[in-house]
Design a protein around this ligand. Sequence first.
Ligand SMILES: *[C@@H]1O[C@H](CO)[C@@H](O)[C@H](O)[C@H]1NC(C)=O
Ligand SMILES: *[C@@H]1O[C@H](CO)[C@@H](O)[C@H](O)[C@H]1NC(C)=O
Ligand SMILES: *[C@@H]1O[C@H](CO)[C@@H](O)[C@H](O)[C@H]1NC(C)=O
Ligand SMILES: *[C@@H]1O[C@H](CO)[C@@H](O)[C@H](O)[C@H]1NC(C)=O
Ligand SMILES: *[C@@H]1O[C@H](CO)[C@@H](O)[C@H](O)[C@H]1NC(C)=O
Ligand SMILES: *[C@@H]1O[C@H](CO)[C@@H](O)[C@H](O)[C@H]1NC(C)=O
Ligand SMILES: *[C@@H]1O[C@H](CO)[C@@H](O)[C@H](O)[C@H]1NC(C)=O
Ligand SMILES: *[C@@H]1O[C@H](CO)[C@@H](O)[C@H](O)[C@H]1NC(C)=O
Ligand SMILES: *[C@@H]1O[C@H](CO)[C@@H](O)[C@H](O)[C@H]1NC(C)=O
Ligand SMILES: *[C@@H]1O[C@H](CO)[C@@H](O)[C@H](O)[C@H]1NC(C)=O
Length: 391
Amino acid sequence: MAAVLRSGFWALVVLVSTSSQSSFERQLSVQLNPGWTTTSPPPGGDLLHVRAFGDNDTLHYLFCSQGAPTLLLIHTNSSSSTVQVDWPLFLARNTSGSLKVEPESSILHSTAVVFSRLLEYDDVNDTADPTSDLFPPYELQNFTWSRLNLTGDSARLCGASSSSSGVLCLQLSVFKTDGRGQTWPRLLHTANSSQLEVWIDGLLPRATRSRFLLELQAVGGAYPLSRVEVHRSIDDEYTPSIFKASHWVSAANGSSDVRSFVQWKPVAYRRSDPALEEATPCSHSEPRWQSGETTAAASGLVQAFDSDLDTFGLNVSFGLAGEPFYNSTKFLSWTVLVGVGSPPVDSFSPLVVAIMAVGLGTPVVLLLLGGLWVCLSKKAADSTTAYEPIN
Ligand SMILES: *[C@@H]1O[C@H](CO)[C@@H](O)[C@H](O)[C@H]1NC(C)=O
Ligand SMILES: *[C@@H]1O[C@H](CO)[C@@H](O)[C@H](O)[C@H]1NC(C)=O
Ligand SMILES: *[C@@H]1O[C@H](CO)[C@@H](O)[C@H](O)[C@H]1NC(C)=O
Ligand SMILES: *[C@@H]1O[C@H](CO)[C@@H](O)[C@H](O)[C@H]1NC(C)=O
Ligand SMILES: *[C@@H]1O[C@H](CO)[C@@H](O)[C@H](O)[C@H]1NC(C)=O
Ligand SMILES: *[C@@H]1O[C@H](CO)[C@@H](O)[C@H](O)[C@H]1NC(C)=O
Ligand SMILES: *[C@@H]1O[C@H](CO)[C@@H](O)[C@H](O)[C@H]1NC(C)=O
Ligand SMILES: *[C@@H]1O[C@H](CO)[C@@H](O)[C@H](O)[C@H]1NC(C)=O
Ligand SMILES: *[C@@H]1O[C@H](CO)[C@@H](O)[C@H](O)[C@H]1NC(C)=O
Ligand SMILES: *[C@@H]1O[C@H](CO)[C@@H](O)[C@H](O)[C@H]1NC(C)=O
């Protein structure tokens, strides 16, 4: 009986959670280098502006490679807010306020995610301890970045270091509505989030046993992203072998106070078209308060947007002890979601519910059928005995 109740409960949970998934939709408009009038591209890198507007609000996504690659997300309470760029000041990269949202009073909040550095260390003893044997870091602000390649609903940016071959690329996708990524880790997304896939391809390792770290900085106004919550699940259907999701959120209490988030699953892939063997676990360091000035100096977008520079940084480390080294494929890819509101959480899929219902329900059905059979045969036996005297 308990099992029936349990599977019924899970079915109910799923029904409730799937029905509560809104079909909320946003309209997208994409603009490359808004307000730039010259035919040649701006020196130093492109600026992409995606407006995602709903009935009463707008999400402005700004993605730029002036300096370290940065995604700036500004949430306004108006569906007609606009972004203004003062290009000469923006390109000088020494003042704030060269990128503005009008009207300024419509800004609910903003968060910038800066991909600041790629670190490499020699894991001689295969301990995956990134504190020793570090090579000089790759400062991503010093990479040479390609123009933004806009294809379909995504934008791709690749950068190369002057001291090594190979590339580091980022691909931004902004979503109109709910859905799930096509490739592993198949993150669930909403109309209030965007996805960034980061990969390094062909970068020459400086040691046979090299492993990599990626340093991220989150610059946020009143609600800085100061902690990472790890959510566990028993369902790995969409991301095989991964039962966790990390949510980098602000410290304000209660989920309704989570103004923006960065979310990822602790897995990277060693091939662009991976099989399960090419999944490699990741770990992250605790967010640390950083000087916002350093981040502003590295990122043109952070410098340009007049915002509070409260910054927290963390490192994502690819590969645990015993995992193959970077040298094995010379490729690593990792995916994050950046959005506003609460991070989307995987619910049980109908397939898993069906499996649970069958697994938990079958013994109960057998038990009931067995009981019924016993009753019926007893009854039959009773009726046989009842007729016996007549014979
Ligand atoms: C949007 O605005 C309309 C009218 O201005 C209002 O009826 C509606 O409730 C608002 N929607 C949200 C989600 O706030
Ligand atoms: C910013 O840099 C430009 C030239 O690169 C210079 O003319 C200007 O005075 C600088 N402004 C500030 C506030 O430092
Ligand atoms: C939101 O919209 C209202 C009305 O347009 C405005 O008065 C208010 O300042 C806006 N900003 C915030 C942060 O609520
Ligand atoms: C690696 O192991 C050797 C021998 O145990 C030790 O001397 C060395 O310090 C270790 N290196 C690192 C980076 O831990
Ligand atoms: C990266 O660029 C910054 C600013 O231009 C410079 O100060 C720094 O030395 C450069 N770092 C490397 C490793 O080239
Ligand atoms: C742009 O990206 C697409 C795939 O997204 C790729 O096929 C194409 O070669 C890229 N174009 C350039 C100029 O890099
Ligand atoms: C996305 O944002 C809109 C407007 O703030 C809100 O009505 C909607 O519920 C949000 N959707 C999700 C899935 O968080
Ligand atoms: C790893 O690197 C070493 C030298 O750095 C090279 O000899 C070896 O072939 C590399 N292994 C693979 C699988 O590429
Ligand atoms: C969150 O709640 C805890 C206790 O429940 C409290 O100690 C902490 O100060 C609160 N933090 C904020 C930012 O309100
Ligand atoms: C990332 O790791 C490097 C090397 O251990 C360290 O110097 C740096 O401070 C770390 N960054 C953050 C934000 O913790």
